[in-house]
Design a protein around this ligand. Structure first.
Ligand code: ZN
Length: 249
C-alpha cells in the first residue's frame, strides 16, 4: 500500500481504536474545543507537536512554519495568535525550535534558495542581534545549536512585542510565554526559561504599548463639521484633529 491509500487506511484503524477505547471520544470533540496550549513550531516532519508533548486532540492549538518564526506581518500567525489568546483563552504559549533545524542552518549559510531567502532573513536578523556571542563559538555544531536557541528566544520576544500579547498580559488571566527546544537526536524537550530570564522585561521600554482609551477618543472627537446633508462617508474637514494626529506620529 502506498501514497494516500496508506493514509486513509491508517485513519480507519485510528478511528476504530479510538472508538474502542472511548465511544464518546469523537462526539465530545465535535461539541467544541478548549485547548490550554498554543504551540508555535517548525514544519519539520520530525517534530510532531502532539507526539513530543504527549497531548491529544482538543488539547493544543498549533501553528507551524519553517524555523518556528513569529513574524509581525504574517497574517496567518497573527490570526492564530489572536484567536488562541482572545477566543480560546490559551494559558501557555510555546515557541518550539529544534536542534538540526534546516531553516536555521540555511540562514547561517550564505547561499540563495529562492523565495525562502526572504523568510530566512528573519533568522539572519537573529544572528546580527547576537553576532558577538555567535562568532565566539568556534565549534560549528555548537554554534548552530546556540543559533537554534537564540532564534527561539527572539521569537518569544516577537510574541511579546505584539499588541495581542501585551493586552492579554493586562487581563485577569495573563498567558505564560515559553521558549522550548526539541532535540531530534534524543527526543528531549528543553525549557530555555525565556520568560523568567528577563529577556522580555529588558525590552519593554521600547516595545510596550497602551491601547487607546475609548473615552479619550470620544472626548477629543468634535463631531462632524460639515453640512448634515453631506453624503455619509464623506469625511468633514477637521484640520485641528488631523494636525494633532500627525504630531503624535
Ligand atoms: Zn526546523
Amino acid at each position: 500500500m502506498a501514497g494516500i491509500s496508506k493514509i486513509l487506511d491508517n485513519n480507519k484503524k485510528w478511528v476504530s481504536s479510538r472508538n474502542a477505547e472511548d465511544p464518546e471520544f469523537f462526539q465530545r470533540l465535535a461539541n467544541g474545543q478548549q485547548p490550554k496550549y498554543l504551540f508555535i513550531g517548525c514544519s519539520d516532519s520530525r517534530v510532531p507537536a502532539s507526539g513530543i508533548t504527549g497531548t491529544g486532540p482538543g488539547e493544543m492549538f498549533v501553528h507551524r512554519n519553517i524555523a518556528n518564526l513569529v513574524v509581525h506581518s504574517d497574517m496567518n500567525l497573527l490570526s492564530v495568535l489572536q484567536y488562541a489568546v482572545e477566543v480560546l483563552g490559551v494559558q501557555d504559549i510555546m515557541v518550539c525550535g529544534h536542534y538540526g533545524c534546516g531553516g536555521v542552518a540555511a540562514a547561517a549559510a550564505n547561499k540563495q534558495y529562492g523565495l525562502i531567502d526572504n523568510w530566512l532573513v528573519n533568522i539572519r536578523d537573529v544572528i546580527r542581534l547576537h553576532e558577538t556571542e555567535y562568532l565566539r563559538i568556534s565549534d560549528d555544531t555548537e554554534r548552530m545549536r546556540r543559533l537554534v536557541e537564540l532564534n527561539v528566544i527572539e521569537q518569544v520576544r516577537n510574541l511579546a512585542k505584539t499588541n495581542i500579547i501585551q493586552n492579554a498580559m493586562r487581563s485577569d488571566k495573563p498567558p505564560r510565554l515559553h521558549g522550548l527546544v526539541y532535540d531530534i537526536a534524543d527526543g528531549v524537550l528543553k525549557d530555555l526559561n525565556v520568560d523568567g530570564g528577563g529577556v522580555i522585561k529588558d525590552m519593554e521600554h521600547i516595545y510596550a504599548t497602551e491601547a487607546a482609551h475609548k473615552d479619550d477618543e470620544a472626548s477629543s472627537y468634535e463631531g462632524p463639521q460639515g453640512d448634515p446633508a453631506d453624503l455619509p462617508g464623506e469625511p468633514a474637514a477637521e484640520p485641528a484633529k488631523a494636525k494633532k494626529t500627525a504630531k503624535a506620529s
